[in-house]
Ligand binder design. Structure first.
Ligand code: UTP
Length: 302
């Protein structure tokens, strides 16, 4: 793709959180607890995603949920009764923390829309179409946890529009063998952390992969994505795939990748969740001793 003069893109004001999936890889835990509320130690995945969107200055957050997952709505909302109980017990600091985490309607415009059947990520995003603010939209998959100094979405918004691409996807370099598990960007050039691309290939064999830049769960999408999703045919697994609609639109709106600076954990898988918990615990002085003790006892048992 030709590099265009830097243009000022429209601001990204809306973030969509698709949270309606079944979470089958985490059964039985997800039988009664939504995957997005599974904790990394004591912090639910959805809270990390909310914090990232808040840090990026998002004005409206749209949660695409399922009627059986009402616990998510309860979680993100301030709980005045719990607050009062904690304060009565003198646990005011805890109460303050919970109030700061909760979404305050005076600060953020919060919407819940239902996806009655998990017909795919593309379908979930389409469910938010009537509620988005004008301009490009961000999509955050809460089970892709990205830890780092700067929020991934903040970094992407700062870089969005460079080169004129309407769709931007977060990417990270993976091992050659791992390309089989991701959408892989077909990279045509780069400008620091921004990668110019002319398409994506879903789960290629290593020998066919156009690069080793894997797409992960953060997107900034041109507003035309909703029109494209409306007539998107079902793809892999019979689901409406977001990546199919992005690929189809690439010649028209352009595509770029963004190599974020943080560390990504696939918390939709048990291995990724375990890695995230260990990394998170290790970053806190309170738990470092526990990890050291555990490592020492493993070594002693060898
Ligand atoms: P995943 O495909 O990882 O989630 O979707 P899943 O289907 O719930 O999990 P498994 O594979 O059965 O274990 C990534 C995100 O997209 C949402 C999920 O809730 C998750 O946050 N999603 C997925 C939807 O909202 N709707 C869908 O139809 C599919």
């Amino acid at each position: 793709m030709e590099l265009k003069e830097a243009e000022t893109p429209l601001p990204v004001r809306t973030a969509i959180f698709p949270v309606a999936g079944l979470g089958t890889r985490f059964l039985p835990a997800t039988k009664a607890t939504p995957k997005e509320l599974l904790p990394v130690l004591d912090r639910p995945l959805i809270q990390f995603a909310i914090d990232e969107a808040r840090m990026a200055g998002i004005e409206r957050m749209i949660f695409v949920s399922h009627p059986a997952k009402s616990a998510i709505e309860r979680y993100v909302t301030h709980d005045a009764d719990l607050d009062a109980q904690l304060c009565a017990k003198g646990k005011t600091e805890l109460a303050r923390g919970l109030a700061a985490d909760a979404l305050d309607p005076g600060e953020i415009d919060v919407r819940f829309v239902m996806q009655d059947q998990p017909l795919g990520l593309g379908h979930a995003v389409l469910c938010a179409a009537d509620d988005v603010l004008p301009g490009p939209v961000a999509v955050i998959l809460p089970d892709d946890l990205i830890l780092g100094e700067t929020g991934c979405l903040s970094e992407m918004i700062a870089a969005y529009g460079r080169g004129g691409a309407g769709h931007m996807v977060a990417t990270m370099q993976v091992d050659a063998e791992a390309v089989k598990s991701y959408g892989i960007l077909s990279v045509t050039g780069r400008d620091e952390r921004v990668l110019w691309a002319d398409g994506m290939v879903e789960k290629p064999e290593p020998s066919d992969a156009p690069s080793r830049q894997a797409v992960v769960g953060r997107y900034i999408l041109d507003g035309s994505i909703f029109e494209d999703l409306r007539d998107q045919k079902p793809g892999t697994g019979g689901e409406i795939q977001l990546t199919d609609a992005i690929s189809r639109a690439t010649p028209r709106v352009g595509l770029s990748g963004f190599r974020f600076s943080g560390q990504r954990y696939d918390c939709g898988s048990k291995e990724g969740m375990l890695r995230a918990i260990l990394a998170y615990a290790n970053s806190m002085s309170d738990f470092r001793d526990v990890i050291d003790d555990h490592n020492r006892s493993l070594l002693a048992a060898e």
